[in-house]
Design a protein around this ligand. Structure first.
Ligand SMILES: C[S@@+](CC[C@H](N)C(=O)[O-])C[C@H]1O[C@@H](n2cnc3c(N)ncnc32)[C@H](O)[C@@H]1O
Length: 421
């Protein structure tokens, strides 16, 4: 059992000190919360190896590394792997001013022809697409990584390349901010007349400012190895019993399509990555895309999950027994597989701390904390403790249409502590 205070810090309330974000990310949990959990892990075993199988923005890895705990993080979205690795950048080892200068020199020396199929053309004019693409390539060149990023090369990107790419993501997001809608499953392609244009000079100065901001963020002080792997939580690339603790937050069942949310960033990584958009999207748990796989519910998912699926199936609304039933079956099937994998790579006696949020499908309550607890029991993870917090930022703030069904029901963020039997 992990030694944590009786009164836990909320997983979502971020202190003022930590509010300057590396990258705007809806689903992250707070550094204070993770540090509290990891201190508890360290108290029992100061050589513990930590895993986050849904690493997202990399909060767990940054906290583990600063406490001197070895860690690994997995995410199936290459964008989140880049963002997570950028958190591991150590400003004491590399001078980002020299890095920025190398990039500027490269940008002024060359102008690259832009490929016809470059995905950046969906939102930027031709010249600007070409500047953005060149900037991506110069970031890679200046950090001594191959200029063309592929899915295979993501794991080899250095923390320096990743902080440069994260700065590029943030610049592009700022330039395209009015194209982001409140619907997380949808992102607009700009019509030709509205494609953005910006000079090379302005883009570079935006980039330099952003890089400076990221590099100047309070460094956690990295004292232990932390690996980030672009992989799937349903088949983790680790041997059995490799970890002492898992600290993570699985994708919620709230119709957040993480791939759609990061369309622009995937395009920034280049055509070799963007050409896999569909397969990346369908791999992500909680996707609103139909994967095509025929899935039947299993009793091992537990009674709460089975009852919830029955209620979705028999809901009177039109698409409930077709599209929505299928996306929910996909979600629970992937979640169950991932929890079984998490249990496999955790040593006997090891701990798993999972943060989950409940949600509603129409008026039907999806009690994810209870479902995860029942699924975990089926794969050998036994619940020791559960803490509940009122969820402050929920999808219902984003998707107001759903309120017609469920009124003003409050949602809960649960912190679940398991140990491996
Ligand atoms: C709730 S977020 C994790 C947030 C993280 N705790 C943080 O503080 O930033 C869930 C993450 O799971 C990732 N994900 C979804 N499906 C996955 C899969 N099959 N394998 C690995 N990662 C996946 C998403 O890309 C997303 O980054």
């Amino acid at each position: 059992m992990i030694h944590v205070p009786v009164q836990l810090t909320s997983p979502k309330i971020v202190s003022k000190r930590n509010r300057r974000l590396q990258y705007r990310y809806y689903a992250g949990f707070s550094p204070e919360f993770v540090a509290e959990i990891l201190l508890g892990v360290q108290h029992g075993n100061n050589r513990a190896a930590i895993l986050d199988p849904w690493v997202g923005g990399g909060t767990t890895l940054e906290a583990a590394s600063s406490l001197g705990l070895r860690s690994a993080g997995v995410d199936a979205n290459p964008v989140m792997c880049v963002v997570a690795k950028s958190r591991l950048f150590d400003p004491d080892l590399v001078d980002t001013a020299v890095f920025a200068q190398r990039i500027c020199n490269g940008m002024s020396r060359r102008t690259l022809p832009l490929a016809k199929c470059d995905p950046l053309r969906m939102w930027f004019g031709d010249k600007t697409s070409s500047h953005v693409r060149q900037l991506q390539r110069e970031i890679c060149a200046a950090s001594k990584t191959g200029a063309d990023i592929s899915l295979e090369s993501i794991n080899g990107l250095t923390a320096l390349a990743c902080i440069g790419l994260t700065a590029l993501f943030n610049c592009c997001r700022n330039l395209l901010c009015d194209l982001y809608s409140s619907n997380p499953t949808w992102f607009k392609v700009a019509p030709p007349a509205r494609r953005r244009g910006i000079s090379k000079h302005l883009l570079l100065s935006m980039f330099e400012r952003e890089l400076d901001r990221l590099a100047g963020m309070p460094a956690a002080g990295h004292r232990a190895e932390a690996r980030v792997l672009c992989s799937d939580s349903r088949s983790l690339p680790f041997a059995d019993a490799s970890f002492d603790a898992i600290v993570s937050s699985p994708p919620y069942c709230t119709r957040i399509d993480y791939a759609i949310k990061t369309t622009v960033e995937l395009a920034c990584l280049g055509s070799l990555v963007f050409s896999h958009f569909r397969s990346i999207r369908t791999k992500l748990i909680g996707t609103s895309a139909i994967t095509g796989e025929r899935i039947a519910s299993k009793t091992s998912w537990g009674p709460t999950c089975i009852e919830f699926l029955d209620r979705v199936r028999s809901h009177y609304s039109k698409a409930s027994k077709s599209y929505y039933l299928r996306t929910h079956l996909q979600y629970f099937s992937s979640l169950f597989c991932s929890l079984a994998e998490a249990s496999r790579v955790l040593r006997v006696g090891g701990s798993a701390v999972l943060v989950v949020q409940d949600s509603y499908y129409k008026e039907i309550h999806n009690d994810l904390a209870r479902i995860v607890t029942e699924m975990c029991a089926a794969v050998g993870l036994i619940l020791d403790r559960a803490d509940a917090f009122e969820a402050r930022q929920t999808i219902s703030h984003i998707n107001t249409a759903g309120r017609a069904y469920r009124g003003k029901a409050r949602l809960t963020e649960s912190v679940l502590f398991f140990s491996k039997a």
